[in-house]
Design a protein around this ligand. Structure first.
Ligand code: A3P
Ligand code: MG
Length: 302
């Protein structure tokens, strides 16, 4: 691999080579997840074992895809230089390793199976997220939606592309709908408490859809089937690996992705939770949506 260089001011050298590797790893992981999803029952090693954990279910598919992604990335990107923050392995890291990860400038943030609940329930809405962050911000991202046979990839400043297993890589952009009353919202199917439902009920969107997996929700926005995704933490919050790759594929496709107060999401900061309200949109009414959501929440909380 040729050298990855930080040229300053958000410019990098070597991102194209890196995203090419991440894309190939993304397709490989999709094959693994699909063999579990399809349930090749003649092969008992592909049986879907499900474990209910505090943070939700973990399946044998999560574990197998995680193993494959880490192995492939670590072969290409020296673990001496690159940190690895993955949903399936984070919990088992020692406090010392977690601390040194925070001080590592280049970190791969991986969710081998986002939308595990939907994977188990066979809605087809599950995704693989692979992002490289530099000093807390994403610079390379891959999101694969296996059941749609689509892979989305982005590099900072280089745009977002979509590809199919046999097709060419083509640029993709968000919709140009620019009035809130014409926008369609996508939100979580399962992570919604009463406060979040009240917020959504008071926002004047044209339509509301509930889709599993953050990667699939952001994919529906860059495919122009929706325009806005909102996340609001409750007792629990989504994590770095849920947001890092989807964020970059949206912003490089022309959208915006921020906290309700307009500040950027920061990753690998020690607390892997992404607390509070997060707004992802096609960009046209972003500021107005953030202002409205904050005002509605302030009333709900009063
Ligand atoms: N409020 C919340 N608390 C905890 N996790 C959340 C969350 N909102 C979203 N997530 C995580 O984001 C992913 C997509 O969730 P959803 O489909 O509900 O949008 C899931 O990841 P995993 O499936 O990787 O565990 C889920 O755990
Ligand atoms: Mg996830």
């Amino acid at each position: 691999m040729s050298e990855l260089k930080d040229l300053g001011e958000g410019r990098y050298e070597g991102l194209e080579e890196i995203v090419a590797i991440a894309r190939s790893v993304g397709w490989g992981a999709a094959d693994i997840l699909q063999s579990y999803y399809r349930g090749h029952t003649d092969d008992s090693s592909l049986e879907l074992k499900i474990e209910e954990k505090k943070d939700g279910p973990v399946t044998a598919a999560d574990v197998a895809a995680n193993h494959y992604i880490l192995q492939k990335l670590q072969e290409a990107f020296d673990p001496e230089t690159f940190g690895y923050l993955s949903e399936e392995t984070y919990k088992s890291l020692s406090e010392q390793t977690k601390e040194s990860l925070v001080n590592t400038p280049w970190v791969w943030i991986i969710d081998p199976l986002d939308g595990t609940r939907d994977f188990i329930n066979k809605t087809g809405e599950y995704a693989i997220h692979i992002a490289l962050v530099h000093q807390g911000r994403p610079i390379v991202a891959v999101v694969v939606w296996p059941e749609a046979e689509k892979l989305y990839s982005a590099t900072l400043g280089g745009g977002t592309f979509v590809e199919t297993p046999e097709g060419a890589k083509t640029p993709i952009r968000v919709s140009s709908r620019d009035a809130i009353a014409n926008l369609s919202l996508v939100a979580s199917r399962t992570h919604r408490d009463e406060r979040f439902n009240q917020l959504l009920a008071q926002l004047p969107f044209k339509t509301k859809h509930y889709v599993g997996s953050v990667g699939c929700k952001i994919a529906t926005i860059i495919e122009q089937q929706a325009d806005v995704y909102i996340s609001l933490s409750g007792k629990s919050a989504p994590k770095d690996w849920d947001m890092a790759a989807p964020e970059l594929i949206l912003t490089e496709a022309g959208g915006q992705f921020t906290h309700f107060d307009g500040t950027p999401l920061m990753y690998n900061q020690g607390d892997i939770n992404q607390w509070g309200g997060l707004m992802a949109s096609n960009g046209f009414c972003h500021q107005e949506l953030c202002t409205q959501a904050s005002a509605i929440l302030a009333k709900i909380d009063a």
